[in-house]
Structure formats: C-alpha cells, structure tokens
Design a protein around this ligand. Sequence first.
Ligand code: URA
Length: 197
Amino acid sequence: MSALTEVYRQIASCQDCELAKHRNKVVPGEGPENADLLFIGEAPGWNEDQQGRPFVGAAGGFLDQLLASIGLRREQVYIANVIKCRPPQNRDPLPDEIQACSKWLDHQVEIIQPRVIVTLGRYSLAKYFPGESIGKIHGKPRKQNDIIYYPMYHPAAALHQGSLRKIIQEDMLRIPQILTQWERIPEEVGVRQLELF
Ligand code: URA
C-alpha cells in the first residue's frame, strides 16, 4: 500500500472531531504522490461530501479552468483541503476541528514533498501565513525549507465577486514561472516578501 493510500485509510476512520458524525464521505484529497504542485482549499462542500473528492462543484469547475490556463489537468496536481469532512450546512469549521484535522494535511505534505504549495482561501492561508491578509500577500511566493508557499484567493470568491476573477487568473499565470525558477528562488529571511516577479 502506498504511503498516501495508508493515510486515506486512516482519514476514512477518523473520529477525532464532531464533523465525523455529520459527514457522508471523507474528502482526503487526490493527485499524484510525487506532485510538484499542491493546492490546498478550505473544506468540502455538499458536492465534495457526496463524492468524496475535492473541488468537484462550481469552485472546482473554475479551478479546472485556471489549471487549463497554465496547461495542466487536475490529474497532474495534488488537490486537498485543510478540513477533510464537510461542516454541517457549510458552516465555518471550529478551531478545535481545524486543530484535530491538521495532522492529516501535514502527513500529506510530508509524503508528497511538493515544490509549491498554493493556498486557496482563508484556512490554508491561516495555516501557512498566520496573521496575514490575502489582499496584501496574494500572488507573492515565499520559500521556506525548500517549499514555496503561494497564496491565492479562493476560486469560489472569484465566482461571488467578479472583480477578483482577473486577479486570481493573473496569480495563476505566474505559477509556471515559479515552478521553473524553484531552485533559484532564495529562502526568505524573516517575513520579507519575495518580489522577484
Ligand atoms: N471549496 C473548498 O475549499 N474545497 C473543496 O473541496 C470545494 C470547495
């Protein structure tokens, strides 16, 4: 059994928070075990909970379009969420639920060892850029311990707020360059933003 399959098995039986009682299916994430690019959203919605797959609703359709704009299909990247079970009525996850779930994403990152982690939305932003605001740091890569973290608006935000659509499209278009320049991008010093692009 591959290391990721073993993690999926463990997630499927996780009862570490209240969300386990309400879920239809867990949504661990999907993609190649050796993906260079890892996209991390927030939490499953209704469609994801039905199918057990991430980003299969309207936001997922837009994510697919964004990937196509840089010549990628979703099968070529890893797609996950901070929260693996749908909160009832899509309510915000509670701090103890986020805490209980964080180990699964950490295991996935350890196994996949991506070059670039793209945060989509506020929970993955809060995990990797605590205390920072998306309006200020979206589209600015930051390298730490050989991983480049790249904050983007959530695709669903662009669906609700048309003005964000162009911003998210432009931020996406910078990803190929970040991937090809991965080795040359220096590790950050403190919280200094990289302004290389
Ligand atoms: N939004 C997310 O953050 N994740 C999903 O899987 C679907 C919608």
